[in-house]
Write a protein that binds this ligand. Structure first.
Ligand code: FES
Ligand code: FES
Length: 164
């Protein structure tokens, strides 16, 4: 039995210590907005915030998470999809198939927290999530739009990426 703080709620979870946090979130807690893509920390589909930093949950073991660690998933980013990033994503109609997009949104929210007015280069460097549908241009536009909106809730900091 482990205790996890997810989206402000403490949850008791029953899982093997080496189970990836991604599967705990999806299968034990039932929050399925966080996606599985590669399982090896490359694609970013599984991105969540942990203590204000964006992290790839497929590559974090349950035993490496402390009860005091604050995890935020896409479901907890804002109460009513009211985070500026979510609003901009909707306004620009960013998603195509949508599979990568919760990870993209979590990465964008993290970037804006650290760099409120990012350049295209900042966006490319910080958001290393892969989109098989190639929505990168709309992602950039939406990040710029969100940067011009009043700051909402959310957390975090960027990761490294090479675009495939
Ligand atoms: S599923 Fe975690 S980075 Fe791809
Ligand atoms: S919208 Fe399809 S993978 Fe990104």
């Amino acid at each position: 039995m482990a205790k996890l703080n997810i989206n402000g709620k403490v949850r008791d979870v029953q899982a093997e210590p080496d189970m990836p946090l991604l599967w705990v979130i999806r299968e034990q807690v039932g929050l399925t907005g966080t996606k599985f893509g590669c399982g090896i920390a490359q694609c970013g589909a599984c991105s969540v915030h942990m203590n204000g930093e964006v992290q790839r949950s497929c590559s974090i073991r349950l035993s490496d998470v402390k009860p005091t660690d604050k995890i935020v998933t896409i479901e907890g980013l804002s109460p009513n999809a009211s985070h500026p990033v979510q609003k901009a994503w909707l306004a620009i109609d960013v998603p195509q198939c949508g599979y990568c997009q919760s990870g993209q949104i979590m990465a964008a929210a993290a970037l804006l927290k650290k760099t409120p007015k990012p350049t295209d280069r900042d966006i490319d460097e910080a958001m290393t999530n892969i989109c098989r549908c190639g929505t990168y241009q709309r992602i950039r536009a939406a990040v710029h739009m969100a940067a011009g909106m009043p700051t909402g809730s959310g957390s975090t900091a960027p990761a490294q990426r090479k675009r495939a």
